[in-house]
Design a protein around this ligand. Structure first.
Ligand code: ATP
Length: 430
């Protein structure tokens, strides 16, 4: 795990939040490569679950919502973790994550109390109880609050779903394990509305869709395990929940959740808001409150699962190397373009021209002319760039039949091929 964290910092994927001020626990900043990779993950998800389907639509709701949303959803009353405080050193822990005494000083714990994880804030200039609002603890609230809008403007037929990607905030008692448990993170959530009698088939379809998404981002199936959440451990309104757990370097932990939530949310918001949150399913019949299947994906946990799956140490050409065996779709940089030699202006000019032309076709292409070729390969391998493209004297037409060809090196095998510049874009896109 330390190796991954240090690679992420060194190479500009992920930094500690507010680092120059000593950090802020549970916050992380994505650097230039991290943000490209994270955007790739979100774009793939959006493409797969919204754009490529005709039963889904997207929203981007405000993070600050009327606090009644969170009263109706049960978060004000019950979104809490058990907290214990050490009587001796005053450190606080999550009661379900520690033993009987303080792991730091062996002191005795006080009473377990419930700690609400929502961040409170005030909306407007007065700081009183009436102005209290919360940073959303999940994106789902913004979906349910827009159910009526979507139904009124688009008149969808059941089954249909609404998706949202965005930030969520939880004042975790013990943020830990890098971006796995943060206080500010991102979620990709879907509320899929179904007829009450049809939830089982939809649940199965979403279960397979979760695995298909993992395939698309390069999280191997054999490192993801389904945990059927038992009756007593499920939320009272959920009739079935599966946690998808991943073998993280620090143990097997939740990556995503999939829950059948009955009509709990819409009914609760109907009651809380006084609005009708129903849909006419059959002409001439009374509107019904649909039931809902909720697949919930953490963006940051996806990024961490991808990085942990991709981190590889091996030997290439007799030399040890560290590299990220990233799936092309999520790699922050698809190819790096180099001139063979930095001190030959005609090579540099041609390489620049190749780079500019390629970048127009595939934006995630990078220029690199630092150090020798071997060093450039190592650097690109370390950030998971699938291809390195070298412009040499043959590209310039030293052998006329090879003019406008380059060498393209494969990250995983180190093998190189000669290829026409014009043939590169489809390889980078595929
Ligand atoms: P955990 O049991 O690990 O706290 P949870 O069951 O509370 O997770 P959900 O409320 O189901 O999580 O949230 C849906 C998804 O959001 C999770 O599967 C995870 O991917 C992501 N997620 C939840 N909490 C965090 C967090 N603190 N940091 C990063 N991602 C998170």
């Amino acid at each position: 795990m330390e190796d991954i964290v240090s690679l992420c910092k060194r190479r500009g994927f992920i930094y500690q939040g507010s680092e120059i001020y000593g950090g802020l626990a549970g916050t992380w900043d994505y650097g230039p490569l991290g943000v490209e990779m994270k955007n790739n993950v979100k774009n793939l998800w959006w493409r797969m679950f919204v754009q490529d389907r005709d039963d889904m639509c997207g929203v981007d709701a405000a993070i600050l919502m009327n606090p009644k949303v969170w009263e109706s959803s049960g978060h004000v009353g019950g979104f809490s973790d058990p907290l214990v405080e050490c009587k001796k050193c005053k450190r606080r822990f999550r009661a379900d994550q520690v033993g009987q005494s303080c792991p730091e000083c062996d002191g005795a714990f006080g009473e377990v109390r419930q700690f609400n994880m929502m961040f409170k804030t005030h909306v407007g200039a007065t700081e009183d109880e009436a102005s209290v609002s919360y940073l959303r603890p999940e994106t789902a609230g913004g979906i349910f609050a827009n159910f009526k809008n979507i139904v009124d403007s688009f008149h969808p037929k059941l089954p249909f779903g609404i998706a949202q990607i965005g930030k969520a905030f939880r004042n975790e008692i013990a943020p830990r394990d890098f971006i796995f448990r943060a206080r500010e993170f991102e979620q990709m959530e879907i509320e899929y509305f179904v007829r009450p009698g049809e939830w089982e088939a939809a649940f199965e379809a979403w279960r397979e869709a979760v695995h298909a998404f993992n395939d698309a981002v390069g999280i191997p199936r054999d490192s993801v395990h389904e945990l059927e959440v038992a009756d007593g451990d499920r939320a009272h309104y959920s009739k079935r929940t599966i946690d998808f757990e991943f073998d993280f370097p620090f143990g097997r932990k939740e990556l995503y959740g999939l829950a059948y939530r009955t009509d709990f949310d819409l009914s609760a918001h109907e009651q809380g808001s006084g609005s009708t949150l129903r849909i006419v399913d059959e002409e001439g019949k009374e509107p019904i409150v649909p039931h809902v299947i909720e697949p919930s994906f953490g963006v940051d946990r996806t990024v961490l699962a991808i990085l942990s799956s991709a981190y590889t140490e091996d030997e290439l050409g007799g030399e040890k190397r560290t590299y990220l065996k990233l799936n092309k779709a999520v790699a922050p940089i698809k190819a790096a373009v180099f001139p063979l030699l930095k001190n030959k202006p005609e090579l540099v000019a041609k390489a620049r021209a190749v780079y500019v032309a390629l970048k127009k076709e595939v934006p995630q292409v990078m220029w690199d002319d630092n150090g020798n070729i071997g060093k450039r390969y190592r650097r690109q391998d370390e950030i998971g760039t699938p291809y390195c493209i070298t412009v040499d004297f043959d590209t310039l037409g030293e052998k006329p039949e090879l003019a406008d060809t380059v060498t393209i090196r494969d990250r995983d095998t180190g093998e190189q091929q000669r290829i026409a510049v014009a043939d590169i874009p489809p390889i980078l896109r595929s």
